[in-house]
Design a protein around this ligand. Structure first.
Ligand SMILES: [Zn+2]
Length: 342
């Protein structure tokens, strides 16, 4: 190569270093100890960001100013610890979406000379699932008031407490409320997010101007709803304040991936719950619906909202008020939650 070529390359490299480009030269796997290693050339310790979506076991590693200096395929890495890796080059950053196998723990750190970003992987990390039980309404908000002035907030609290009892110590159960207090909708989902909960279950009772409306139905979060589901969601949402979502482009990609996966998982619980409750309560099965519920939208994981029956239907409310039936409903909801996880 002519000297002018060398100078040119030298200049290019210098410009790159000057601009702080981080070259990812190789991604490799170490076996003992198990590590995923990113070999990097950079002018200073490379910065990276991570986030972890516990429910989907999705570890996200972002290397700002990163540039792939090698072809990438996840095939060599799929095995005991890793289910798959998706790599996205955004132009000004490289992101790795690493789906870990069940019960795999991880630790991310960087090393010098040469620069590396290392992910330690460990199997058989047992975890206790966290479930949020969210009895709707409460305090100044009675929810729907129906036949003989029975209040939604009282019945759903009673059922919610029983679900907690049924889930017992097997799960880490968090109640958004365990007494008759008012909790804003946004705060309910925040409680779930703060706890990094694996599942959110909101319990409600329906109402209708038509006293012959009857039956049980379940909802999962969907950006699109049918006109019917829209109506129910608008009603439940009217108890909370509206809040906007601020997202960056990467958060949006993460959000979109999580949205699809969470929806699939939510449906996986919504369906057996409605089928079983309809059976044990001998109530009409109104099916499952996707709707834009604020309380489900705000939570970062899968969740369902159960409408146990109609408060202004004499027959429905009779069933919902019975303590022994409440126990049966709670048992069945807990059973479906257990089956959902294991
Ligand atoms: Zn409600």
């Amino acid at each position: 190569m002519k000297w002018i070529g060398r100078v040119f390359i030298f200049l290019l490299v210098s410009i790159n270093l000057f601009c702080g480009t981080i070259k990812i030269n190789k991604v490799r796997m170490n076996n003992t100890p198990a590590q995923l290693v990113f070999d990097i050339s950079a002018s200073s310790t490379p910065k990276y960001n991570t986030s972890y979506d516990e429910y989907n076991r999705l570890l996200f590693l972002e290397i700002p100013k990163g540039k792939m200096n090698t072809k990438f395929s996840d095939r060599p890495f799929v095995g005991k610890y890793i289910e798959k890796i998706d790599m996205i080059d955004y132009g000004n950053a490289v992101g790795f979406f690493i789906t870990l196998k069940k019960n795999v723990g991880y630790k991310v750190y960087s090393l010098k000379s040469p620069y590396r970003i290392v992910i330690d992987l460990k199997s058989n990390v047992k975890k206790q699932f966290t479930v949020v039980i969210d009895p709707g309404h409460g305090g100044k908000d009675p929810g729907s008031i129906g036949f003989r002035k029975y209040r939604e907030k009282d019945i759903v609290l009673s059922v919610g407490r029983l679900v907690r009892e049924e889930l017992g110590s097997e799960f880490n159960v968090i109640m958004t409320r365990s007494t008759d207090v008012f909790i804003p909708l946004a705060e309910r989902s925040r409680i779930g997010n703060r706890a990094k909960a694996d599942l959110f279950v909101s319990i409600h009772i329906n109402s209708s101007t038509n006293s012959s409306s009857t039956g049980v139905e379940t909802f999962y979060f969907s950006k699109k709803s049918s006109p019917y589901a829209e109506k129910i969601a608008a009603y439940e949402n009217s108890f909370g304040e509206k809040y906007g979502e601020k997202t960056t482009s990467i958060a949006q990609i993460m959000g979109e991936l999580a949205y699809n996966k969470n929806q699939e998982k939510s449906i996986g619980l919504a369906r057996p719950v409605v089928n079983r409750l309809s059976q044990v309560n001998q109530m009409r099965n109104r099916g499952i619906h996707g709707a834009n519920f604020a309380v489900l939208r705000g939570f970062n994981g899968p969740g369902i909202l159960i409408e146990l029956g109609f408060i202004n239907n004499k027959k429905d409310v009779g069933k919902l008020l019975s303590k022994s039936r409440q126990r049966v409903m709670a048992k069945e909801i807990a059973k479906k939650i257990r089956e959902y996880f294991y």
